[in-house]
Structure formats: structure tokens, C-alpha cells
Ligand binder design. Structure first.
Ligand SMILES: [Zn+2]
Length: 485
């Protein structure tokens, strides 16, 4: 390396010497030519060709500009590389510096961001000065990004942001034992690297009977508050825990906790659960699919999530509800026949359910609009899109969760948002409260995979059921004896 460095330095010195020689030579010719010229006005002037002087001055200015534009950044770049990594970076001396190289950050460092309660992924991206397009490219990188749809408070995300505010890297853990690092490539795509972290998951079970609140029952059964919330979250589509919870409701839960190097890290996931609400039995089994997405299914393989998503755009907030309101643009009181979800322009919009596109185009008030017939009775509409997803047209089949377009503010909109409508038999209904159609069970190979993955849990729940019922009988026996005494 040193020898090469010296050789480069020698050629540089020789080059500079040559330039100096040439400059001296040119100067002497110039002064020889104008030696007779004087500032004294009375001396009869011999015609001097000014255009030559102009060329000399112009050339000098150009050289100076060239040095400023290319020479100085290149020199600075060389010095910087010396300071950080001398051995490896000496090679860049021999190469002409690319202008892009000069604009690169010195050394961007990873920044860890903790997810706060109620915070959405798009808000976190915005707080880092990133755009909806950055978020979309992360989601499109495909490596276990399904897990980003379900962030929890305390989850940690890593950002590597370049000098110009570009997203150079993104790091997250789809689960406690995995870390995914996305790195921006020169073509703008993100390259995923998956690292396995050494963790141990310890499985537990809990059984409880509701006497008072769900939290009290959970605490008595040895569940943490977080785990009770997770349990309620799993069954939220079927049980309204505020209105429907009854005294005597029972639950059985198989869950795990995460340990690293023998130390408890955090609560894990609900793996399987059964909830008997008002005599009605609900089951939930966690099923991880090959794309990394995790969802809960009932024992017969039906998703607990309904056939139509109530919210077809992730990481958003409702900005306008269904019902009568004064229209912010028309300034007239009229029915707002859908739900508005505020989100940054470019945030992906997902099909609420499987279906066929029946409209794709511009509609005056709704701007860029897509309508999907999901079932013979259910139709969903998505308005104000900035653009449609590629390859979609009237008649295209879409699947639930598929990206159909991106949030925008085309049509009558005061800011970027998605206007989402659900029609039942042609009549607009409130997407948040309308009864959603029953979801289709898993098909073919997925069903087989689900059965194989969940069979041990089904057996475990049954075993706990049998054991607790026997205990309950013994308990009842005791109280009978107590009553007669
Ligand atoms: Zn709206």
C-alpha cells in the first residue's frame, strides 16, 4: 500500500511540476509580448489584442472554478478516508472521485427508537423525518415485515439515516429471537439480513374464572397485565370485553416468556387460548405463516380477523367518522358515508378483503377511487388515492391485505387521507360497526400446516380443561360438605 501511495504521490509531484513549467512558459511569452506596453497615457499605444488577455483571464477563472468544484471535495474526501480507515481506503486515491462519493455522510450511526404506547409506525417514521415512501419500501422488502403491523410498546426499531435524510438502514425484531437488518443498496432497494439471537422461550399456562374484572381474574391466574391485554386483543373481534364479559366466564391460556442467557427479557405471545363467554366457547391458535405474518385462527382454521378489515390502511388515526357532519369543503351538512384515516401521502392502502375490482378511476369528489366487490352483498370503496398499485384494472382479483394504491389527497380533500366506505346491498354502512361477513377457513396446504403446527396446543388446552374441570368438581364437593356442616 505504502509503495503505491508513494508512487501516486510522485506522479502527482511530477504532474504539478509540469504544470508549473508550462505556466511559467506561458507567462514569459505573455509578458514578452506586452513589455512595450505602458500605463502612461501619452505614450502612443501600440495595438494590443485584448481578446487574448480575455482568454487568459477566462481560462484562469475556469481553472479556479474547476479546482473549487472538483479538487477541494476530492482532497477533503481523501483526507477523511485517511482519518477513518487508512489501510483500506488508500485505493480511492488512484480512482477519480465520484461526485456522489463526496456527498456521502462521514459515518451515519444507528439510532434506536423505542415504540411508545399508542404510537404508530408511520408516526415513528415521520418523527425520524422519513416519508411514507420510505415506510412503503421497508414494508415491501418482504423479510418478516408482517410483524411490523403489530408493534408493541417497548419494541425497539433501529434507524440508519444518511446525511441527506435518506433511509440507509432499518433494523427490527420480528420476534425476540430474530433481528432483521435492511440496508439500502445503490439502486435504492433494501437488502435484508437476518440474524438469529440466542433466546429461550419458556411456555406457561394459566386458567382463570372471571369474578369481577378480567384483570383481576388474570392476576389471580398468574398472568401479567400485558398478557391479559394480549388475551383481550386476540378475542376482540368476537367478544366486547366491556359490554359482553359475564361473571363466571372462564379462560385457559398457553403463553410463553422470553429469556436470553437465562434472564427474563419480556412476556412472549399467546400461543393458544380458549375463552368461554356467556356459555359460548371461543378458541384462538397462533399460526405463523412463511411470510412471517402471525394471525390467530379458531380451532376449525377460520381467522379470528373478519373477512373485511375495518381499517384497510395501517398505522393511521381516524380523522373523520361515519355520520352527519358539516362537509369541510362543501360547507354543507351532509352524511359522511365512510371513515377517514389520516396518513402520509404514499402510505399503502390494502384491500379490506378478497374481491374483484368493479371501479378504478377518477371520481369527482373521491379523486382516484377503487371499488371492490368483496362478496355478492359487500362492496368496499377507497378514495383520494395519490396513485393506484400497478397492474390493477376493473375485473382484477385482489386478496385481503394486498396493496391496491397509496394514500393521497386527490378529489375533494383538505389533507392526505383515505376515505373508506363499506356498502351492504348498495347502502353505505359504518365500517367500524357493520356486521362483517364470516371469514373463509384456511385452504388446502395452509390448513394442513395449521393443523400440524397447532395440534400439540389443542391437546394441551384439552388436558388443562379436563384437569380444571376435575378440580372444579373437587372444589364443588368441598363446598357441598362445608354447606352441610
Ligand atoms: Zn371521507
Amino acid at each position: 500500500m505504502d509503495r503505491q501511495l508513494r508512487r501516486v504521490a510522485t506522479t502527482h509531484a511530477a504532474h504539478h511540476q509540469a504544470i508549473r513549467r508550462k505556466t511559467r512558459h506561458c507567462h514569459s511569452r505573455f509578458y514578452a509580448r506586452v513589455a512595450h506596453w505602458s500605463f502612461r497615457g501619452e505614450t502612443p499605444a501600440i495595438a494590443f489584442r485584448w481578446w487574448r488577455e480575455r482568454w487568459v483571464l477566462g481560462g484562469g477563472a475556469f481553472l479556479l472554478a474547476l479546482l473549487t468544484l472538483l479538487g477541494i471535495p476530492a482532497w477533503a474526501n481523501v483526507m477523511r478516508h485517511h482519518a477513518s480507515k487508512p489501510a483500506r481506503e488508500t485505493l480511492t486515491l488512484a480512482l477519480p472521485p465520484a461526485p456522489k462519493e463526496a456527498a456521502r455522510p462521514v459515518a451515519a450511526t444507528w439510532k434506536n427508537v423505542d415504540v411508545e404506547p399508542g404510537e404508530t409506525l408511520s408516526e415513528i417514521f415521520q418523527s425520524q423525518g422519513l416519508s411514507g415512501a420510505d415506510l412503503a419500501s421497508v414494508m415491501a422488502s418482504g423479510k418478516d415485515t408482517g410483524a411490523l403491523n403489530t408493534l408493541h410498546p417497548g419494541d425497539q426499531l433501529g434507524f440508519l439515516i444518511g446525511a441527506k435524510g435518506h433511509l440507509d438502514g432499518f433494523r427490527y425484531s420480528p420476534d425476540a429471537g430474530t433481528e432483521v437488518t435492511l440496508t439500502a443498496q445503490t439502486d435504492g432497494s433494501l437488502h435484508a439480513q437476518v440474524t438469529t439471537l440466542p433466546v429461550e422461550r419458556r411456555m406457561h399456562f394459566a386458567h382463570g374464572v372471571v369474578q369481577g374484572s378480567l384483570f383481576a381474574a388474570g392476576e389471580k391466574a398468574g398472568l401479567s397485565e400485558t398478557m391479559v391485554l394480549k388475551l383481550a386483543d386476540v378475542f376482540k373481534y368476537d367478544i366486547d370485553f366491556i359490554k359482553d364479559l359475564k361473571q363466571g366466564d372462564r379462560f385457559t391460556v398457553v403463553y410463553d416468556d422470553v429469556y436470553r442467557n437465562g434472564q427474563y427479557v419480556h412476556g412472549g405471545d399467546i400461543i393458544a387460548a380458549e375463552f368461554i363467554n356467556d356459555g359460548h366457547r371461543y378458541t384462538a391458535y397462533r399460526f405463523k405463516q412463511s411470510d412471517g405474518s402471525v394471525a390467530y385462527f379458531s380451532a376449525d382454521g377460520r381467522p379470528l380477523r373478519k373477512a373485511l378489515l375495518r381499517t384497510p390502511v395501517s398505522f393511521t388515526r381516524i380523522s373523520s367518522r361515519f355520520g352527519m357532519r358539516v362537509d369541510p369543503i362543501l360547507d354543507k351538512r351532509r352524511l359522511h358515508a365512510g371513515i377517514d384515516y389520516a396518513a402520509p401521502t404514499g402510505t399503502p392502502i390494502h384491500a379490506a378483503g378478497n374481491g374483484v375490482i368493479v371501479f378504478r378511476g377518477h371520481s369527482r369528489g373521491f379523486g382516484n377511487l377503487i371499488k371492490i366487490r368483496n362478496t355478492p352483498t359487500y362492496t368496499t370503496g377507497y378514495g383520494h388515492m395519490s396513485r393506484f398499485a400497478k397492474g390493477l384494472h376493473v375485473g382484477s382479483h385482489v386478496t385481503q391485505g394486498e396493496v391496491i394504491g397509496y394514500v393521497g389527497q386527490t378529489g375533494w380533500a383538505t389533507g392526505p387521507h383515505l376515505h373508506y366506505e363499506v356498502w351492504v346491498n348498495g347502502k353505505p354502512e359504518n365500517p367500524l360497526t357493520v356486521t362483517m361477513p364470516k371469514p373463509q377457513p384456511l385452504s388446502g396446504t395452509l390448513m394442513a400446516e395449521f393443523k400440524a403446527q397447532t395440534a400439540p396446543m389443542v391437546a394441551r388446552i384439552q388436558m388443562i380443561d379436563t384437569a380444571t374441570q376435575r378440580l372444579a368438581r373437587v372444589d364443588t364437593g368441598h363446598s357441598d360438605v362445608a354447606a352441610t356442616n
